[in-house]
Design a binder for this molecule. Structure first.
Ligand code: COD
Length: 310
């Protein structure tokens, strides 16, 4: 059954994304290991935007000291504090019990948070694969638009069944941006299907599933290389006639390395702002890297709010 878009109008940049999140908030956002300068600054920004009610989890005296040193008096006054030695486990159980709408990684390692979330006793797992979708602002077609990359954050070497679930998760995120019929490019190094490039075989299989209607209202094309996914003139030059080619809303990459490299390339080489969210669990999970800015983390909170409200 097709899933209805979360919002009626398509979100095409991060300003729109924050705007779209406002009427859907505030959501309870747990900052896990909250004695973290950037995460606290982002939580304060999201509080100010009206999209988050921060729940600061970790060693309370450290969190208060850090927030005070940053001058975040509004956050200290409005946030809920949860004192916990094992912030990840406490946050995961609170999410499982329905007390938290969104998890944001603070001062702890990504795998610490993910292992707490994957613990069956926490009640956050749904049976669906968890995967990460990153958004960046793409300007190759002239007008800025948000384009997704998945999965550069979680699944190291997904098999075909796991890629199928990564596609399903990506479709759900695209629908949250108001895209009723998302265009997904299944990425490889070439448009040719070849035994010597295994990702091209999986890409063709996923595209065939898309054509057979297995994913509902969606256009899927693969294998596609980066140029033909994003540049209409490149697809035309190669004679590829498909609605996705040159206009992909989301690129599904073959493994974590390609997704991670592509995500960091759009950010650091391309200079784009970013947002990303892990979906597939009971609540959206935000696992920004330690070097991401507070602004990118606020974008991720806005994306998480949109997803949580679907
Ligand atoms: N979705 C749902 N369940 C999962 C997933 C997933 N993506 N991955 C594992 N599980 C379940 C398994 O079914 C199992 O029940 C349990 O979790 C443990 O599974 P393992 O032993 O295969 O997984 P782990 O413990 O080795 O680690 C899972 C991680 C997600 C932590 C691991 O894959 C990981 O570290 N991924 C990379 C994360 C990372 O460092 N990203 C940084 C780049 S930004």
């Amino acid at each position: 059954m097709p899933i209805a878009p979360c919002i009626s109008q398509q979100v095409s940049n991060f300003a729109d994304l924050r705007h779209a999140a406002r009427p859907l908030g505030p959501k309870k956002v747990a900052v896990v290991g909250a004695d973290d300068e950037v995460a606290l600054t982002a939580a304060d920004g999201a509080l100010q935007l009206g999209i988050a009610l921060p729940v600061l989890i970790g060693e309370e005296h450290r969190i208060r000291a850090k927030a005070e040193s940053l001058g975040l008096s509004r956050l200290i006054a409005k946030a809920e504090f949860v004192s916990a030695a094992d912030a990840a486990a406490v946050a995961a159980h609170m999410a499982g019990d329905g007390h938290i709408d969104l998890l944001l990684k603070g001062h702890l390692r990504t795998d610490q948070l993910l292992h707490a979330v994957l613990d069956k006793h926490a009640g956050v797992r749904t049976g669906q694969l968890l995967s990460d979708v990153l958004l960046y602002e793409d300007t190759l077609a002239g007008e800025p638009r948000l384009v997704g990359i998945t999965d550069g954050g979680l699944n190291v070497a997904p098999n075909l069944e796991q890629k199928k679930q990564i596609v399903e998760n990506a479709i759900e995120v695209m629908r949250c941006l108001g895209i009723a019929r998302p265009k997904l490019a299944i990425m490889s190094a070439t448009e040719a299907v070849s035994d010597s490039v295994p990702s091209s075989i999986d890409a063709k299989r996923l595209a065939d599933m898309g054509a057979a209607g297995d994913f509902g209202e969606v256009d899927i094309c693969g294998p596609l290389a980066l140029d033909c996914a994003l540049l209409a003139w490149a697809a035309e030059a190669k004679g590829i006639k498909n609605v996705v080619a040159g206009h992909a809303n989301c690129m599904v990459v073959p493994n974590i390395e390609s997704g991670n490299l592509l995500g960091k390339a759009v950010k650091y080489l391309g200079g784009s702002a970013c947002a990303h969210v892990v979906v597939g669990a009971k609540v959206p999970i935000l696992i920004p890297s330690r070097v991401e800015s507070a602004e990118d983390k606020i974008n991720s909170i806005a994306l998480g709010v949109l997803f949580a409200a679907r």
